[in-house]
Design a protein around this ligand. Structure first.
Ligand SMILES: Cc1ncc(C[n+]2csc(CCOP(=O)(O)OP(=O)(O)O)c2C)c(N)n1
Length: 283
């Protein structure tokens, strides 16, 4: 039987008190609850404090380039649909440098789960504003405050008909691990935007700040209602909702890709003799 210890990786190098710890714990708990063995799981990350997470897990991992989580995760899932593929990275990784990939992975509906550790700041590079920092947020690079408007990943994902759009926070392990289980079991692209304090570089969005504002979407809330989902995704300030905002059933990329009709690529036999006639036409 699989246990949390089976997923134990290296010693962490995050600041004591970082929200990343809660996310790591919730992820391990979800995988164990789903009875997934480490060899059945692939965690793909980019660059950042959040993207160090695969180092602290023992399963298949790929720690790539900043902003390039989703192309790697897409390739892995297409090659082997039997793998549970989970992308992990920060708000900078996914909504800044990787913003373009974010849009088009949603459109393709790749069957993966994306965990965005949203601390609303660039942690690894020591506190510059990120796409989700509030206007007016002061940093060493933005001493007069951020001028750009803040990126709302949930509204954007809903507008693109993402098949699973959700939010949780690192201070509620039970809620987050429940949500990760829902997302992994959902067939299609699943976004979990995870609100997470950065105790070193974001002195505004603290544990207390979130605790005073976060509430769970009501039981009777219907995630199939797109207009209601937009309304909830736009709610930010004195009250911040968490839960599954939007869910839409639709075919995945792999369901529709001709080359995968015979199964995952890694199970298909490569017969070089079939390629020879084609190569001869080029000579
Ligand atoms: C192409 C590229 N651009 C910029 C950087 C520098 N860089 C590394 S991590 C990072 C931002 C990290 O912030 P985030 O993704 O939000 O993760 P966090 O560290 O806050 O968890 C940046 C700008 C880089 N490594 N590669």
């Amino acid at each position: 039987m699989v246990t949390i210890d089976d997923y134990q990786g290296q010693v962490t190098a995050w600041c004591p008190g970082c929200g990343d710890f809660g996310i790591l714990q919730a992820l391990k708990k979800a995988l164990v609850d789903l009875k997934l063995e480490p060899h059945q799981v692939l965690i793909v990350s980019g660059i950042g404090q959040a993207s160090k997470l695969p180092h602290y897990m023992k399963c298949n991992t790929f720690n790539g380039l900043h902003g390039r989580i989703l192309p790697v995760a897409t390739g892995a899932k297409i090659a082997n649909q039997e793998l549970v593929v989970i992308g992990v990275g920060g708000d900078g990784d996914n909504y800044g440098e990787g913003g373009n990939h974010f849009l088009h992975t949603i459109r393709r509906n790749i069957d993966i789960t994306l965990l965005v550790h949203n601390n609303r700041v660039y942690g690894l590079t020591k506190g510059q504003a990120s796409p989700t920092s509030d206007p007016g947020f002061i940093s060493k690079v933005q001493p007069q405050g951020v001028i750009s408007s803040s990126f709302n990943a949930l509204s954007l994902a809903i507008s693109l008909h993402a098949s699973f759009v959700s939010r949780s926070w690192s201070g509620d392990i039970d809620h987050l691990s429940w949500l990760i289980k829902e997302a992994v079991q959902h067939k299609g692209f699943s976004l979990i935007d995870i609100l997470q304090p950065c105790i070193t570089f974001n002195k505004k969005n603290t544990y207390r700040w979130y605790k005073e504002r976060i509430y769970k979407l009501a039981e009777e809330y219907d995630p199939a209602n797109r207009l209601a989902a937009f309304k909830k995704a736009e709610e930010w300030g004195d009250k911040i909702p968490i839960g599954i905002f939007y869910r839409e059933k639709k075919p995945t990329f792999a369901d529709q890709l001709f080359g995968l009709k015979k199964g995952p690529l890694f199970r298909q036999r490569l017969d070089p003799s079939q390629v020879m006639p084609l190569l001869e036409t080029l000579s």
